[in-house]
Design a protein around this ligand. Sequence first.
Ligand code: VGL
Ligand code: ZN
Length: 190
Amino acid sequence: MHNPAEVLMKGDGLLIVDVQNDFCPGGALPIGEGDVVVPILNDWIDAAEKKGVPVYASRDFHPVRHISFKDQGGKWPAHCIEDSEGAAFHSALRLPDNVTIITKGVRFDQDQNSVFDQTGFSEQLRRDGVKRIWVGGLALDVCVLLSVLDARKAGFEVNVIMQATRPVTPEGGRESVAQMKEAGAAIIED
Ligand code: VGL
Ligand code: ZN
């Protein structure tokens, strides 16, 4: 039903959140089935390119000894260390040449789980004429959730592509869906 080629239109943007090696099986902070989102997102990317819809890809990009890491008192194992292989996008993800990359998590004093947190991303979307974003990526209950909530606060319409996202925990995923709905995001299941 939600064939990307049929639903994408002018005024849309495609946001791919943190599809990086460390969040996929074999990575430092692997999310169950994290890599299954790749072929699905590739279909969305193909359709976006054909329709002239801009594509945005965020990446978690931490300094060594980032405050979100367990050995620094944070909650996560060390992951997505800047310039490492773990921080690279999944090699099968076919990002277009004109993709806009949003780098986050680089600060020493705090984490940035939302793509909108002090990145200027909402301004970029407005400059690009984007009113509605289609969102997929990792992880549903962390960076996708917080990005979707911020997108709604900034006044963007949001469609979450459920087949193109996976949570850290199933329970976290369910709670995130409820929160995103409450915030007015559309949950696209099929
Ligand atoms: C993320 C945990 C830690 C994410 C980032 O991209 O969802 N999760 N850092
Ligand atoms: Zn992180």
